[in-house]
Design a protein around this ligand. Structure first.
Ligand SMILES: [Zn+2]
Length: 318
């Protein structure tokens, strides 16, 4: 079994993936690291048909290598997908649909946008390790009225909860979740889903966090009012992450992020942020590919589902 087998740089990448067969072989290797397993009879022997299906020697069941992956049903060559994934992962600040369209020469902005969204939706994995140690948690509004444009933009701001690990004064991993409001019903499950019980959780004095102690966390509430300090001084790490993610939304994406897609952009940010110390570019590609072969593609109609009336505006981070 090969572990963590990925091209280390672009030269190795183009060497490695010269044909569709090379790409199919790579997907097979990631899907079945210990060899083929028939999904119907668990048989381990198969031959490949001319249509690149795995034909089980025992029961005759034919398995598509791309079924149940992000590549399922694609009409485009896998080599193009691989190139796009490599390129998106090698951009330090991520890629916008406009960048990608220009670089890859795609004809339609919509197609390019849909590809990026399919990739964003595999960047989060359920059952991930929760954060642990010391964690700062806060919530922030993203978007809203533009300065000096009162009366023109009246959209609701989007609210996102943010959790950040702090290790010896340095930023560790991050988690984000779009939440409907700042109630305990929204904030406590966010912490429970993303932070190991027993961890030291620091928040401001907001009542939505009061129940954390009862849920098994060592909760410290820093009351900002009357402390003589700003929130950014009492919870500096989570505030820094909030500044960085807003800068990214305004920079790479020019603020052109809709409320109903914001979670997926935050997922992309977290995916990169949590792997920012990886020295190999290829490693990000590999992680994305691992998730691509184990996550079914989100159908286009679900990605394009119309936004609700109050969610159709572009976001302008506050
Ligand atoms: Zn079988």
């Amino acid at each position: 079994m090969l572990t963590e087998d990925y091209p280390g740089n672009f030269e190795e990448f183009i060497d490695r993936f010269q044909s569709e067969d090379d790409c199919f072989r790579y997907i097979a290797q990631l899907r079945w690291p210990d060899g083929f397993v028939c999904p119907r009879c668990q048989g381990a022997k198969a031959w490949t048909t001319s249509r690149r299906l795995y034909h089980c020697s025992a029961c005759g069941h034919e398995t598509s290598i791309t079924a149940g992956t992000v590549f399922q049903g694609t009409r485009k060559p896998l080599r193009l997908w691989f190139h796009v994934m490599w390129w998106v992962m090698s951009q330090k600040n991520g890629a916008s649909a406009k960048n990608l369209k220009d670089v890859m020469g795609f004809k339609s902005y919509e197609t390019t946008w849909a590809w990026l969204h399919k990739l964003r939706r595999i960047m989060i994995r359920s059952g991930r390790d929760r954060l642990h140690g010391t964690i700062e948690v806060d919530e922030t509004y993203i978007g809203g009225e533009e300065e000096g444009a009162k009366g023109r933009r009246t959209e609701k701001k989007a609210l996102a909860a943010v959790a950040v690990e702090v290790e010896e004064g340095k930023l560790g991993r991050v988690r984000f979740r779009c939440i409907p409001d700042a109630s305990a019903e929204s904030l406590i499950p966010f912490v429970q889903d993303n932070v190991e019980p027993g961890s030291a959780v620091k928040t401001d004095g907001w009542q939505g966090y009061t129940g954390l102690g009862k849920k098994g966390y060592q909760h410290t509430a820093h009351k900002i009012a009357g402390s003589g300090h700003k929130a950014s001084e009492l919870l500096p790490h989570v505030h820094l992450v909030i500044v960085l993610v807003k800068r990214w939304l305004m920079g790479t994406h020019q603020g052109a992020v809709r409320h109903n897609h914001l979670q997926y952009y935050l997922d992309e940010y977290a995916f990169r942020f949590n792997r920012r110390l990886s020295t190999h570019r290829g490693k990000l590609f590999y992680r994305l590919m691992q998730q691509a072969v184990t996550t079914e593609a989100t159908p286009l109609h679900a990605i394009l589902a119309p936004a609700k009336a109050n969610e159709t505006q572009d976001i302008v981070p506050a």
